[in-house]
Design a protein around this ligand. Structure first.
Ligand SMILES: [Fe+2]
Length: 246
């Protein structure tokens, strides 16, 4: 992706501390999301958000999603204590071990200010609105958020009626011993390099993608797998594809 398409900002130490202090939310988003959200919304309605952050979010809100689908914010506020979760049941373990929610609050405040909102699915981590990308023993080799293998290029949730516009990933641990990178490409850059014959084939309703692995793990059955095109020219999200699974 060309550099000019990427909006980025690095929070100064002072800015990160300001956000961190403000985001010390008391409600637990995994137990009572409505109370948690109310606390975030109160921060906004009582003008407690520092101007530098509202300015950044206003700028991001005005970006064209298809032109500028990637944004990088560095030195974001995260929790001081990051407990290590259980290898077999990381999600259940998180419910018991995580006592502060700075990271979740930062993600939610950001989404409120850029005009989006978190969505949850009842078969994905019990409907949680925030998800840890965390290994789970029986899914280590799967194409999912709980694996330790390289994931193919994909758009998320191919068969869901409500699909996310944005995926906001907040880095909590960053070890040089286990370097992980997230690669991305704009839809328009893929389409631009494909010839007409290929695009015509991709427009045919002959493709399917199995449900998200983590969703099947959470009890979703085979129903609702759609046979559809990979490329739908007029759709705001024109591609629906998961490398190795579609
Ligand atoms: Fe994904």
């Amino acid at each position: 992706m060309q550099g000019k398409s990427l909006f980025s900002h690095t929070f100064s130490t002072h800015e990160a501390q300001q956000l961190h202090r403000m985001l010390d939310i008391k409600s637990n988003p995994y137990q009572n999301y409505h109370l948690f959200l109310e606390e975030i919304q109160t921060l906004i309605s009582t003008d407690q958000i520092p101007i530098f952050f509202t300015d950044i979010c206003r700028h991001i809100k005005d970006l064209d999603l298809n032109e500028s689908p990637a944004i990088i914010l560095r030195n974001c506020p995260i929790d001081d204590s990051l407990p290590v979760f259980d290898h077999k049941e990381p999600v259940q373990s998180k419910y018991g071990l995580k006592k502060t929610f700075i990271a979740e609050a930062f993600l939610n405040l950001y989404s409120e200010l850029v005009g989006s909102y978190p969505v949850g699915y009842k078969t994905i981590n019990n409907g949680d609105l925030f998800h840890d990308i965390y290994p789970k023993a029986d899914l280590l080799n799967s194409q999912s958020q709980k694996s330790t293998v390289t994931l193919g290029f994909h758009n998320d949730l191919p068969n869901n009626k409500v699909r996310p516009d944005w995926v906001n990933i907040l880095c909590l641990r960053n070890s040089n011993l286990n370097r992980v990178s997230t690669t991305m490409i704009r839809n328009k850059d893929i389409i631009d390099v494909l010839d007409q014959e290929t695009l015509d084939i991709l427009k045919e309703p002959i493709f399917f993608t199995p449900h998200e692995v983590v969703s099947v793990d959470g009890g979703r059955n085979e129903e609702g797998i759609e046979i559809k095109p990979i490329y739908q020219e007029t759709d705001p999200v024109p591609l629906c594809y998961f490398e190795t699974r579609t």
